[in-house]
Design a protein around this ligand. Structure first.
Ligand code: E4P
Length: 217
């Protein structure tokens, strides 16, 4: 499963990249706002920092304007993936981008039917939002399972880019249920390494080693 980092914080991405934990990045208007930077500048630096796709959202509502915005964004770098909303206008723009070989991510996906439409529109990625479904007392992980089943049934090539990831359990469950990609905040990815028993065992081994009075020299 590929790890995309859900952030516009270049430093946080560099830390993870050094460990080989970054295959892409996703941004959204909130993350661009948080960065305090010009969208073109920060997206360009993200594309230079990340080895794979960098997803950047168009903000127009109609397909024609989405395509115009997307073409401007696509000029930033070859690893740009244009983020379009799950609307008929967004799917229209998706089809236009896909027909030109431009990577496109259809976002704001909350149902299997929406994921089916994204695949039929030629989306490179579809982004089902897990935590936002759970916020509404719905089963976000069941959506991942169901999209995976449907895509397998018809050999659909669109990649499931699981988004709205807020816990380490989301990441492991996405892996268990066949998401192609998770996009997670850097701190959630880093938290995957933690377990109290790991800390306990490390402490115990260090304590016993100290008692041997030896050194590995
Ligand atoms: C992708 O970038 C999505 O906008 C992001 O994963 C949403 O996460 P949130 O539901 O925690 O805001």
């Amino acid at each position: 499963m590929k790890f995309f980092v859900d952030t516009a914080d270049i430093t946080a991405i560099r830390d993870l990249k050094e460990l080989g934990m970054v295959e892409g990045a996703t941004t959204n208007p909130s993350l661009i706002l948080k960065s305090g930077r010009d969208v073109f500048d920060v997206t360009k630096e993200l594309c230079e920092t990340v080895p794979g796709p960098v997803s950047i959202q168009v903000m127009a509502i109609d397909a024609k304007a989405m395509i115009e915005e997307g073409l401007k964004l696509a000029k930033i770098a070859p690893n740009i993936a244009i983020n379009v909303p799950m609307t008929w206008e967004g799917l229209t723009a998706c089809r236009a981008f896909a027909s030109e070989g431009q990577m496109v991510n259809v976002t704001f996906c909350f149902t299997v039917n929406q994921a089916l439409l994204a695949a039929k529109a030629g989306a490179t990625f579809v982004s089902p939002f897990i935590a936002q479904l759970e916020d509404e007392s719905m089963d976000g992980m069941q959506l991942i399972k169901n999209i995976r089943t449907v895509y397998e049934n018809y050999d659909m090539k669109t990649e499931i880019l699981a988004a709205s990831i807020r816990s380490v359990n989301h990441i492991s469950e996405c892996a268990r249920n066949g998401a192609d990609v998770v996009t997670a905040p850097p701190e959630v990815i880093k938290a995957m390494v933690q377990h109290p028993l790991t800390d306990e065992q490390l402490g115990q081994s260090m304590s016993d080693w100290e008692k041997t009075g030896q050194q590995i020299a």
